[in-house]
Every structure is written in C-alpha cells, then in structure tokens.
Design a protein around this ligand. Structure first.
Ligand code: ADP
Ligand code: MG
Length: 749
C-alpha cells in the first residue's frame, strides 16, 4: 500500500463508505491521511470514579461488572446499562438506543469511557459516554499509567473531524489510526530538509501522527504549524513558478505613445489624481515589455479605475492591436460600453458590445450613436480586427469569439471571476480554445512573431485584497494601487437603523427625494443563512452570480416584496422601480436608463448593482438585511452613492441583535477605507469567504494561517530561496509531483 493507493483497496472500507468518502474528495490513502481533524476533545485526564463531579465531562477507566439491555415502558427506548468499577469505586453507565453494545462490551472487559456525569433517581451515572475496549493485557493493570497510543476514542486528546453525513469521527479515527499504523515512519518528507531545519518544523512522520493523535495540545499545535507551513509553501512555490512561466512567455511590446496619452488626458473633464497617474504609468510601462503583463489594478469604489484602463486600451489600439474588455454583468458591460465610447469619442475607435443577449457596435464614422448588428457580423469584425475594443460579459470567452490581433485583455471587478477563469486567462490566455491571438493575419505575422503570443492582462478590482492573500493566492499578479479618491468627494454618512427607527429613515429618504436626489434599496436573498453563519452558503451565492445573471428566484421574490411594500405602502407618491436578475436584458437596460435619467426616484435591487454602476445623482443607499452581506460587499454598495457633490448616506437596516453583527456593521461606520475593511473582514469572518480561497482546496485546519502575515512571508521567502537554488526543482521530484497535482486542483476548480 502506498499513499496513492485507492481507498477501494482498503479492506475496512466498504462500497457505502467509499461513496461517502469520494463525495468529500477523498480518493486515496493520502487524501485520508490528510483529512485533518478541526479540533480535539480533551479526554486526557482519567479520573478515579470516587472523585467524579456532577455535570462535568470526565473520563474513567475500569472493568465492566455487568451489562444488560432493557426497554423503557413509556418511551419505548432501549437502554443498555452497565456498572463499571475501578480501584476507587463503581458507577452506573447508560446508553440509549445502542442495543448492539452488549455484543461488543461484556462483563469482565476493561473499558475506557468518556462523557458527562448526570444525576438520576438512584444516584449519579455516566450518560451515553464514548467508549473503548481496552486490550486484555491492559486490563490487568487498569489504573496504572496507560500509554496514549493504545487509546483512540477516549482517555486522550481525541480528534474530531469536520462533520459529514454518515461518516462519524469515530469511524474516521478507527480507519485513520490503522492507516497510520501501516505508514509509521515510512513517509518521505516533501519539504526539503533544510527548510524543515531552518523553520523548526516537525518532520512529516511525526507531524502526521500528531495532527491526528497528539500527545499534547502543544504537539497538536506544532503539527498544525507544520501543515500550515507546508500548504502555504506549496501555494507560494506554485504562484512563483507560474509567475516565472509567464515571464518566459512572449507578448507584443506596445510602445508608449506619450503624445497620444497627453492628448487623451486633455480631453478629460477632470484632473487625474496622482494615484491614477502613477498606476497608468506602471501599466503603460508594463505594456512596453515583450512579456505579458499580469497586473491587478486595485482601487476603492469610485476611485476612477475605468479611465486608467481606457488609457491603456487607447495606447494598445494606437499600436494596432485589439482589446478585450470583460465585465462580470451585463449591466456593467453596457455601462462600460457607453463610458468607453464617450471617453474615446475623439479617437476614431471601433467599439463592440457582446453580451449574452444582444450585440451593439459603434462605428468610428458614426461617432457615438451605437448601431445594432448581428452576432455573426460582430464576430467576423472581431476576427478581422475591425473591432478595436470588444466589451462584453463572459460571452467574451466562448470558443466562437476569435480576435484577429488581440493585444490586451481587461478584466473588470476581477474578484467576481473564479480563480480558474482568472488562471485560464493568465496562464494560457486566449491561445488555446478561448480566444485566438492574431495569427490569421499574414501581413503582421512577421511583426508579432505569431505563434504563442500571450496578450497582456489588466485586471481591476474594488475589493481590496488583504496583504496575506495578495502574497499567496494572488501572488502571481503585479499590483497597482489607486489609494486616493478624486478631489471633492464627501464622506458618506453611514448609520445602522434599528427596526424602531425605520419610519424616521423613510421620512429622511422622502426628504432627499424631494430635494431631487435618488435612492438605491438593496435586498438580500431571504432564505438561507447570513454569511457569518455559513461561509459555504455565501460562496454558493457568489458562484450563482458568477454564472452570468442566474440569480435565484428567492432573490427576485425578495426584491418584489420589498418593491411592493415601498410602492404601495411607504412611498405611494414616489416613482419606484425594481431590478433583478430574472428580468429580460431589455427591461433591465430600460430600468437603468430611466434611473440614470432621473425618471425614477427609488430603485429596489438585488446585489446586481453591487459592481460599478454609476449614478451620480443618487445620494441614499439603503440596505435591507445588512447582516447578510460581507463588509467588503457592503462597502461596495455604499460606494454607489457619494459619486458627485451631494452629501450622501448609507443606511444599514438590520433586525439582528447579534453582537457579532453589531461589531461588523460598526466597523463599516468607523471605516471608509476599503483596505482596512477587508483586513477586518478577514479577521472577523476568516479567509474562507474571500472569493477564490475555497477553490484552492485549502484544508480548514490550515485556512486560518492565511491570515498570518508573518507565516505567509516566511513561506514566500523559503519558496523563493528554493527556486533560486533549483528553478526546475530537479532535486525535489516529490515536491514537483505534489505541485503539479496542486496545479490541477486549482485550475480545474
Ligand atoms: P471605479 O474605480 O469604481 O471603477 P469609475 O472608474 O467608475 O470608478 O469612476 C467613478 C467616477 O469618477 C466616474 O464617474 C468617473 O468619471 C469619475 N472620475 C474618475 N477619475 C476622476 C478624477 N480624477 N476626478 C474626478 N472624477 C473622476
Ligand atoms: Mg468600475
């Protein structure tokens, strides 16, 4: 048996359990051994029976005097009762509905029991304790010091595994312990010996034993540290190698056309901030290199990322290459389409819009007025490089879309795209089945050297990435920060509104509308749990929104109910519209258009508007069920207002009295900086909720280490050192093998 051996060949695991394990992604012996407990139950103190205390958890070791099943009259339950004795005394033990126990435990057997001491009619008894039979030779010395190693479920630190239907911790303990027995001291360490030594890590054989069956909490911690280190080390190695790979790829060098850029900047109705200038410069400099750029432009909501991206696009266009501009939602794609057309109105650019449903095209001759063309025509024009900038949703990465001369890909709100999608674009962007880079055009073939040219990639996000994550799962990106807002923006006043103050808030909103302002109302999905209750639920939600606009019916329903309430009861005199993913594209567009044109006072919406929507006249953002959103997301919503000179407000409605909710929402009031909020969110909710992290398949035990900056830095250094010494990892075949598997895991999602 090796680590790669399939669980199917383990005799103790029948088909039923195999199926359950596979459901959890456990297919091999290695997967099983690396299935770590998420906590330990401390049953290490074995207590003499005479000293047991009522209502306390305890562990006893003794001999079974008698054991029998009986049936309760009223409840029709089967009771298994025994009396267990040690040198100091005896105690009654009761199990409910486990009649089979009398087949395992018999009078005279030595047992170790762990559970709670309860009080019954005839004195104290142990109720439903965890049990374990002691080997015969141990029984004779019951009471003497018994080595931990013979105990599994009691009398020691007992591992508790993440709960899964039908797979009890008891069963996992049993299986894993026997596997550990077979692999005792034979595992080869994937970590290089110098790394283990330098960072004082437990060697693998000791670590794997201690992580499952630790002799002390200190050792459990050491084992956890080792695996955290190992996992982060893999991530860093992986990311650094990907970075190295990309650096060896070729891309088209786009000369910086300073004159053009200056001309563009002059056409803008505002002055660029210093941060915008600096970021633009970094991007334009990257583009000059014959290697693909892989840069993330990070800037708070409203910091003005679009104009920076458009500047880069203009430069690439002038050099004779195409730009693909991808946005996560249709609404956003359309807004970008309009915005880009406006910004580049003086530059004779052909711009196309490709979404799931309709296609538009702006011709340079027709200046500004978009014309609708068929998808077929749009695709042909894209292939023939007649379209200079193609803006769209996920529709852009379909097989059918082929660019004639793609030079730059811009990804807006990149956190909305899965790691896999991002990785796909970063590693082999457009060269395989996705979008073709311009090899069809014979005239330029020599110029650009053809073959595997990888376009430059600029991703943008308003979700600040905490430093630890920037160094780990986003570590293959270069970062540009827009850490400054355009001048003249006012601080948005944020308030948590308790149910009692709802009417007051409504009055205030009416007042704002009377002053000519507009209002956003955001509704959460009603069913399901809040993000702080369930990480995986909110991941689901994110995945849902990622797949185009497939928002759930429930979400649409929530919006509809809220809309009806506001429209009929609260503000019957105001003009209210609703927006959700179930509406047809045409309808959505009309609703947005009307809102922008101030034909509507209040827009009730799902999180569709979370990203990027720009309506400067809106001054109130009202969020229902605020506790259901993450801080970063709330901050995004808030960023939808305060985009012009009007003093703006963000009202967080919540019925939740939970302390944690208060604490989280408080953070939002105190803090207007997205970066600080992201760090706080990471601390409060853990990294599991940051998009992407789940897809890396990081074990729960190790997940927490993603917030540990010093560990992240240490592992990064260690990975760097190793790669400097041996870039191909020739000396470490095992490490290489693990990495390639790791890569598959990340890419396949
Ligand atoms: P985000 O970074 O959230 O994508 P946008 O690019 O949508 O932000 O910009 C938000 C708004 O700010 C837009 O209306 C844009 O025209 C405007 N804007 C961008 N840069 C500046 C600036 N330097 N000064 C004033 N307004 C700006
Ligand atoms: Mg934006």
């Amino acid at each position: 048996m090796t680590l790669d051996t399939s669980i199917q060949t383990i005799p103790r695991i029948g088909p039923k359990f195999q199926k359950k394990l596979k459901k959890m992604g456990i297919k091999t012996v290695e997967d099983l051994l690396w299935h770590f407990p998420h906590r330990y139950e401390d049953f290490s103190n074995v207590c003499p029976i005479a000293q047991l205390t009522l209502n306390e958890k305890c562990c006893i070791m003794g001999k079974i005097l008698e054991i029998k099943n009986s049936r309760t009259w009223r409840k029709r339950m089967i009771l298994t009762q025994t009396v267990v004795e040690d040198k100091t005394g005896a105690i009654k033990v009761v199990w409910f509905n486990q009649p089979y126990l009398i087949k395992t435990l018999r009078a005279g057997d030595g047992v170790c029991l762990a559970g709670k001491v309860s009080l019954g009619n005839d004195g104290i008894f142990l109720s439903n304790p965890a049990y374990e039979k002691l080997p015969k030779d141990v029984v004779r010395s019951v009471g003497a010091n018994i080595p931990d190693s013979i105990l599994t479920h009691t009398g020691r630190l007992v591992p508790v595994y993440p709960e899964t239907e039908g797979l009890s911790s008891r069963w996992l303990r049993y299986i894993i312990k026997s596997l550990l027995g077979q692999f005792k001291n034979v595992l080869t360490d994937v970590l290089p010996p110098q790394v283990i030594k330098e960072h004082k890590l437990l060697p693998i054989n000791q670590a794997i034993e201690q992580v499952h069956f630790p002799v002390s909490m200190a050792m459990a911690e050491k084992a956890k540290q080792r695996f955290s280190f190992e996992e982060l080390f893999f991530i860093e190695l992986f990311v650094l190698r990907e970075r190295g790979k990309l650096a060896r790829e070729k891309s088209v060098a786009i000369p910086l056309n300073l004159e053009l850029i200056q001309k563009f900047v002059k056409t803008l109705p505002f002055k660029l901030t210093d941060a915008q200038k600096k970021s633009s410069w970094q991007i334009l400099k990257d583009l000059e290199k014959p290697r693909p750029m892989n840069r993330l432009l990070e800037g708070d909501v409203g910091s003005g990322k679009t104009v920076v991206a458009v500047m880069a696009a203009l430069n690439v266009f002038k050099a004779g290459f195409q730009i693909g501009f991808m946005a996560p939602t249709e609404i956003l794609a359309k807004q970008h389409f309009q915005e880009v057309a406006k910004l580049l109105a003086d530059f004779k650019v052909n711009i196309g819009l490709l979404t799931g449903k309709e296609d538009k095209f702006i011709s340079k001759k027709l200046k500004r007025e978009p014309i609708e063309i068929s998808r077929e025509k749009l695709l042909k024009k894209t292939k023939d490089a007649e379209i200079d900038i193609l803006i769209g949703t996920h529709a852009l990465i379909q097989d059918k879309v082929k660019f004639g001369r793609l030079g730059l890909v811009i990804l807006d709100e990149q956190h909305r795209f899965g790691v896999g999608q991002r990785a796909k674009l970063c590693q082999h962007p457009m060269s395989t089945s996705d979008v073709d880079i311009g090899c069809q055009q014979t005239d330029r073939r020599v110029d650009i050297g053809c073959q595997q040219h990888v376009p430059h990639l600029l991703s943008m996000t308003a979700t600040p990435i905490p430093r630890t994550l920037a160094l780990t799962i986003y570590g293959d990106l270069d970062l540009s920060l827009i850490d400054e807002m355009p001048k003249g923006r006012k601080k948005i006043i944020t308030k948590v509104v308790a149910p009692a103050n709802r009417q007051k808030a409504y009055d205030f909103i009416r007042d704002q509308v009377n002053k000519g302002r507009q209002v956003f109302v955001i509704c959460p999905r009603i069913e399901g749990q809040s993000p702080e209750e369930s990480v995986s639920k909110s991941c689901d939600r994110r995945i849902l929104t990622q797949k185009g606009n497939v928002l759930s019916w429930a979400e649409a329903k929530a919006v509809k109910e809220e809309y009806e309430k506001l429209d009929k009861e609260v503000f019957p005199d105001l003009k209210i519209e609703m927006l959700h993913g179930r509406l047809a594209a045409k309808e959505k567009e009309k609703i947005m258009k009307d809102f922008r044109a101030k034909k509507t006072d209040i827009l009730v919406s799902t999180s569709v508007i979370e990203v990027g929507i720009d309506v400067p006249n809106a001054s109130v953002m009202m969020i229902e069920g605020a506790e259901r959103f993450g801080l970063a997301q709330l901050h995004q919503f808030r960023g939808r207002v305060g985009r012009a000179e009007h003093q703006s407000f963000c009202f967080l409605f919540t019925d939740s009295p939970a302390q944690r909710t208060r604490q989280r929402l408080r953070a939002l009031i105190d803090c207007e900086n997205g970066f600080d909020l992201a760090e706080k969110d990471l601390k409060i909710r853990g990294p599991g909720d940051f998009s992407g992290t789940r897809q890396w398949g990081i074990p729960d035990l190790v997940m927490a280490s993603l917030t540990d900056l010093s560990l992240v830095e240490k592992t990064r250094e260690a990975a760097k050192e190793l790669l400097v010494d041996d870039p191909g990892l020739r000396k470490y075949p095992l490490l290489l093998k693990k990495l390639s598997r790791f890569g598959q895991r990340v890419h396949l999602e």
